[in-house]
Design a protein around this ligand. Sequence first.
Ligand code: ADP
Length: 474
Amino acid sequence: MNVVLVSSEVFPFSKTGGLADVAGALPKALAENGLKVSVFSPLYKSIDKTNLSLLLNLNVDFNAQLIKTNIYHTLKDRCDFYFIENEAYFNRDHLYGIGAIDYEDNALRFGFFSKAVLEILKALKINPDIIHSNDWQSALINVYLKLFYKDIFAKTKTVFTIHNLGYQGIFDKSYINNLGLPWDVFTLDGLEFYDKVNFLKGGIVFADTVNTVSKTYAKEIQTSENGFGLDGLLKKFSYKLSGIVNGIDIDVWDPKSDKFIDYNFNNPKDKIKNKSALQKLLGLPIKEVPVFGIVSRLAAQKGMDIFSSSAKELLESNANVQFIILGSGEKDIEEQIAQLSSRYKDKVSLNLKFDEPLAHKIYASSDFFVMPSKYEPCGLGQMIAYRYGTLPIVRETGGLKDTVKNYSNRSKNPTGFVFEKYDVKELTKTIKKAIELFNKKDELLKIAQYVMSLDYSWKNQAKEYIKLYKKIYG
Ligand code: ADP
């Protein structure tokens, strides 16, 4: 089976979040199962071209112009990676925008990306069985394919994965012209959404099958609470909607060989050395206190608003803890946590940046990993934390519900802490329970050992995707 995977970010070349992890690891797992896989992504400024080879120059007919583009290639993990270069659209400092502010021409940037992929496939005479697109940035592939490329790719079927329904790519309707789309797709049954054009909606309507990244999230997005205005549409298409939990790349996240951590380990007892090293690095007192790590976009979606209030409560009541936070995002949340870190210098380390090595250190050194998301399509942090014997503290939602089992007196094989209500008090109570467990060292170590043995690799999950591909390809 010949699969083309399209993603606006792909690890280790580009990354802002979980989509990059998936696009970097799923192809490898598919190739290990004998599939032929090609991956397409933009060539951003941050990607080093020197290790890629220039394969092709092409003029893509887009926005009433012929747009010059160069295609670079490399082979990695037995998969072909293609990078689409366009000076004006992709040679920028950020992938989508600066902080929470998107670039104004994102409709054109990613419309072009989607069109260019199909033009490159045509030029390279690649005739895929499956085109697997992801999120709004590559959603228009499904639309262009059905409208303009049906003859060339007559047998090709499309899979569209929603990694986060909260980001839909909604733009002024005038873009219909720029994107070269006929106005008859601008309807309630097509791309129209409250008089605007909605890329994600187009992806859902035009794809042969749609999936999201956990079974629970697949159900949640069909409700008005989590449907972001598309719940009706998703209910209508529920016959072609499914959920497949993501895996993680266990070679990238491996405490035994991780190059970013100070001490490799196989037993959670040995985490302590990493903890001391990280405390030293971040200027925190080197102490055996419970460390709560966060590696996340600092967004309300991620529960960072209730986290900052809960941390404040705990610190004001003099809790003997340390919070180590890595991430950036919404300004008000950044400020709330910054206030805590300046007031409680010995207990809060805030690192407002994207930093891959530091992320690894935090997963490896923390006792607990805090993810109190308001909603969470899948979440990777909890599974990465397991690899390093770090217990996640999560809210019962989406993929977190599907992957974390709550610790209580009665539960068998718990893997972390789960609370239900999106509420500061609930989170504080749960963190306190974690502190109690921290003081029962043997019990904590036993659970940490158990979570390290869990298999959240892509091995099984890739098989789920192959099943889905086969189902629609026949
Ligand atoms: P998202 O909704 O942001 O995609 P996920 O939990 O699915 O959330 O994936 C987040 C990924 O991004 C994980 O690999 C996490 O370690 C990484 N990540 C998030 N923020 C940062 C940061 N500031 N620095 C380094 N890695 C980060």
